[in-house]
Each structure stands twice: as C-alpha cells, then as structure tokens.
Design a protein around this ligand. Structure first.
Ligand code: NAD
Length: 261
C-alpha cells in the first residue's frame, strides 16, 4: 500500500467548496489528514465525496474574524491538534483605480490578505502546542508579477507573498513553515468560470489563457486544480521540512516574464 504522507495530521482549508481548495481538501484527506473545510457557501454536491473521506464542512466567511477563528479552533478541538492550514479563499477584482470604491478594496484585501494574516494568528497557538506546523497561502501569478487589469487583486496577492516571507521568518523558531503557491490560470474553478462568462468569445479566451503559459501551451490545456493541490501537498508534508518562505509558481512558466511567441 502507498505511504500516506499526512496520517494523523489535522488540517483546515478555507474556500474549499470548489476549485483549488476543494481539490486540496480531497488530496490532503486522501493522504490521511483529518480535514475541515470552511467556505462562504457549502455545496451539497460535495456531501457524499467529502463524507467518504471524513472531510468536515463548515460555513465560514473568512472576512469575519470570529467566523474564521471558530473554524480553526473548532477543527483543532475536534481533531485534538492542528498541523496544517491552507489559506486559500480568494476573490478576483478587475477594475482600474478610478472605478474602484472603498468597499471593493476592503472586500478584496479582507478576503485575500487580512484573512490569511488572522488565519496564521489563530493557527499558530495550536501549532506551537504540537511543536510545529505548515501553512500555505494561495497567492497567484499576480503575487509575482503585477498586471494592468486588476491592480487591487495584484496588490492583494503581492502583499500576500510578502507577508508569507515575513511570517515565515517570525515563526521559523516554532518550526511552523509558511509558504505560498502562485497558480497561473486554473481551469475548472469558480474564478475562471466567472471570468470566461464575461468573455464575448469563450473559446478564444481559453486559448489566450493557455497561450500565456509556455508549458500549458505545449500541453494544449489549462492548469488543473489538482496540479495546484499537489504542490500544496508537498508544502504541508514532511518532504518540505526545510522549506519556508517560498513561492511555488504553478503556472507553466507564465511568470517568467517573456511571453511565448
Ligand atoms: P473558486 O471560486 O473555485 O474557489 C474559491 C472559493 O473561495 C469558493 O468556494 C468561494 O465560495 C470561497 N470564498 C470566497 N470568498 C470567501 C470568504 N469570504 N470566506 C470563505 N470562503 C470564500 O476559485 P479558485 O480559483 O479555486 O480560488 C482559490 C484561490 O486560488 C484564490 O485565492 C484565488 O485568488 C487563487 N487563484 C486562482 C487562480 C485561477 O485561475 N482560478 C489563479 C491564481 C490564483
């Protein structure tokens, strides 16, 4: 039988009713972790597959710090420990400076950045008790290279990768590792579906996303949520015990900065 990397570990994944978070929750559970997911809206379509893998589901708005704290404390109390936190919940905000209102800024930064900071704050005391832990923040390509169409989203993800490095330094002495994943365009996600729904020519837009990543282009397909989940698994498993404060770009080379011809 294959070795299960996370046997006996307790994990929380936010924003996991669909997309990258869902794929991550399923993979961590498959690897033996006792997983709790939190999401704004739970999807009953997940009930059977989550129940099969022992995944608990909880309604949680990560912008509401009480709700976030209850998710993390609840999982730690139920599992008797906390080893892993994946701060994955995120939203996109497309728009130029003159179109952005304060409420838009707050919604995006509160979800993508503030929630990850407070997730760390709530997780660290539990992780200290068990002598360490692993936290992964789902950033983005935009956390490596800013883009012109989404300055607020880009700011949130650039700040998230910066915060990841800063907090990695702070919590190294506690053996708590904090890393980020930076996906390129990922198919089969709510974020991608919403984007494609606004495009006049859906097929042309898909081609353009694929074209922007040399490897995705060579494969002729988008990156999958499961491929991002595999990197998150690496970062929360003992295979990455000396890895902290890093960003893994799962983007088929999109962030290398030289667009394919
Ligand atoms: P998704 O829409 O499929 O999943 C995001 C989940 O987060 C949803 O289930 C949503 O309900 C939940 N969520 C949103 N706001 C929340 C809140 N306030 N509290 C709790 N849950 C909340 O999209 P996804 O692509 O899987 O997104 C996951 C992460 O990946 C995000 O941080 C996103 O910025 C990042 N990302 C996505 C892509 C992409 O192309 N899809 C690329 C780079 C980075």
């Amino acid at each position: 039988m294959a070795v299960r990397n996370l046997e006996g570990r307790v994990a929380v994944v936010t924003g996991a009713a669909r997309g990258i978070g869902r794929a991550t929750a399923l993979l961590l559970a498959e690897q033996g972790a006792r997983v709790t997911i939190g999401d704004l809206t739970l999807d009953p379509a997940n009930d059977d597959v989550f129940a099969d893998r022992g995944i608990r589901q909880q309604v949680c708005d990560v912008r509401n710090l009480q709700s976030l704290g209850e998710l993390i404390d609840g999982a730690a109390n139920e599992g008797g420990r906390l080893d892993v936190l994946v701060n994955n919940a995120g939203i996109v905000l497309v728009g130029q400076v003159d179109e952005i209102e304060e409420a838009d800024w707050d919604r995006c930064l509160d979800t993508n950045l503030k929630a990850a900071f407070f997730g760390v704050k709530y997780a660290v005391p539990h992780m200290r008790k068990v002598g360490g832990g692993a936290i992964v923040n789902t950033a983005s390509n935009a956390g490596i290279l800013p883009r012109a169409h989404d300055p607020v989203y880009s700011t949130s993800k650039l700040a998230l990768t910066g915060m990841t490095r800063s907090l990695a330094l702070c919590h190294g002495p506690n053996k708590i590792r904090i890393n980020a994943v930076c996906p390129g365009p990922v198919g089969d996600t709510g974020i991608m579906d919403a984007d494609l729904a606004t495009q006049a020519d859906r097929e042309a837009a898909i081609k353009q996303f694929i074209h922007a990543s040399p490897i995705a282009r060579a494969h002729g397909r988008m990156i999958s949520p499961e491929e991002v989940a595999q990197s998150i698994l690496y970062l929360v498993s003992d295979a990455s015990q000396m890895v902290t404060g890093t960003m893994i770009a799962i983007d088929g080379g999109k962030s290398l900065g030289v667009p394919p011809v």
